[in-house]
Write a protein that binds this ligand. Structure first.
Ligand SMILES: NC(=O)c1ccc[n+]([C@@H]2O[C@H](COP(=O)([O-])OP(=O)(O)OC[C@H]3O[C@@H](n4cnc5c(N)ncnc54)[C@H](OP(=O)(O)O)[C@@H]3O)[C@@H](O)[C@H]2O)c1
Length: 357
């Protein structure tokens, strides 16, 4: 299966990719797969030390000659100016070239916070940061003969209502210690992924309207790999009355402690849920397929949402396109998302003095 999968990908020798969040979990496996096919991969990360260690891991799993092809690029998506700075730094590289851009980085937090631009942090990082970064790099992608943009999504996009843009800038705090906070964290994450579904479709539409057929923009759910979800759920105490199943000694929110039996049951449940996880290596395969699959070029796959296919034993068997929800198909909502992002990113591009008329 592994070889069959690698054979389904194009030879990427001489091509250049950027993977946001390419230094951890699914992103790191994405970096490794692309490099294995000969690609030069820029690992776009906010943390040089962590990324350098990840690059060493990647090279150790590849061949020594991959050393010069897996490269750190600083990117902090948490604010629009820092995302723009990173994209501009990439553009100003000598002989800058870009064939593949994978927007893989994402956050999910149980607390509601605003980023320095005054926007809810999950949406700011996952959507606005990527909007600023990807749209700034479009001129490079347009120069490539056969370019790909892959926006990493999640099934969570389908479980949220329409985006309330007023809600994204409201001052309000949560302490991140209750089950309701956890639920709101999932909602905010889902909203950001719905935003990315709109972004994918609108970017694809705009490129096609411009007559650009050489960039194929697609989005996908990667699978379920133990990482951000588990980190976020671990950060919320399990002693809330609604989930303590009556076996927890304290039900006071945020500061109670689990009884030994409660700790055992929690460990058991988390282990059981963990068994249903896919490996990060398998979860990387759908996004890499959209970034490099021969079929994507041959069948002109663009503007689509793809899902991985796993066997009963959780082995990766391939991937397929999936229809998105009615809400995600809504063209008015797609344009609204684009206008919201374009306005904020456009203002940041102009700087505090504003754009010259
Ligand atoms: N894991 C799953 O089960 C699952 C399911 C559905 C969808 N997905 C999607 O798959 C993608 C990868 O997920 P994952 O599970 O591998 O997540 P992860 O382990 O949490 O990794 C996320 C990556 O994003 C980076 N990142 C976070 N904030 C950033 C910022 N401000 N600027 C630059 N990079 C930033 C992180 O960098 P640091 O290392 O510096 O924090 C990390 O490399 C995400 O888009 C996620 O939504 C995952």
């Amino acid at each position: 299966m592994a070889d069959q999968y690698l054979e389904s990908l194009e030879d990427l020798t001489g091509k250049v990719a950027v993977v946001t969040g390419g230094a951890a979990s699914i992103g790191l496996e994405t970096t490794i797969l692309l490099a294995r096919k000969g690609c030069t991969v820029y690992v776009a990360s906010r943390n040089r030390t962590k990324a350098t260690l990840a690059i060493d891991t990647a090279v150790a799993r590849l061949s020594p000659d991959a050393k010069d092809r897996v490269i750190f690029h600083h990117l902090d998506l948490s604010s629009i100016p820092s995302a723009l700075e990173s994209a501009n730094a990439f553009l100003s590289r000598k002989d800058a070239r870009l064939d593949i851009l994978i927007g893989n980085a994402a956050i999910m937090t149980p607390t509601y916070t605003l980023n320095p631009d005054g926007i809810e942090s999950t949406f700011a990082t996952n959507v606005l940061g990527h909007f600023a970064f990807i749209t700034t790099l479009l001129p490079l992608l347009k120069k490539a003969e056969n370019a790909r943009v892959v926006v990493v999504n999640s099934l969570a996009y389908a479980n949220v209502p329409a985006i309330d843009y007023g809600e994204l800038t409201r001052e309000k705090g949560e302490d991140g210690t209750s089950v309701m906070d956890l639920r709101r964290g999932f909602m905010r994450y889902g909203v950001s992924k719905l935003g990315l579904t709109y972004f994918t479709r609108e970017l694809d539409k705009r490129l096609r309207d411009e007559g650009v057929k050489t960039i194929k923009v697609n989005t996908c759910h990667p699978g379920t790999a133990s990482s951000s979800y588990s980190r976020m759920t671990r950060s919320v105490p399990t002693n809330h009355p609604s989930i303590n199943l009556g076996i927890v000694s304290s039900t006071s929110l945020g500061n109670g402690s689990l009884s030994p039996l409660g700790r055992f049951v929690e460990y058991f449940i988390r282990t059981l849920v963990g068994l249903l996880d896919n490996t990060a290596a398998d979860a990387a395969k759908t996004q890499v397929f959209l970034a490099a699959g021969k079929l994507v070029r041959d069948d002109d796959v663009h503007g689509e949402y793809w899902l991985p296919i796993f066997s009963w034993s959780m082995q990766y068997c391939g991937c397929r396109p999936e229809e998105v929800t009615k809400l995600a198909m809504d063209e008015v909502e797609q344009e609204k998302l684009w206008a919201f992002c374009e306005d904020l990113v456009g203002r940041a591009r102009c700087g505090p003095a504003g754009c010259k008329a």
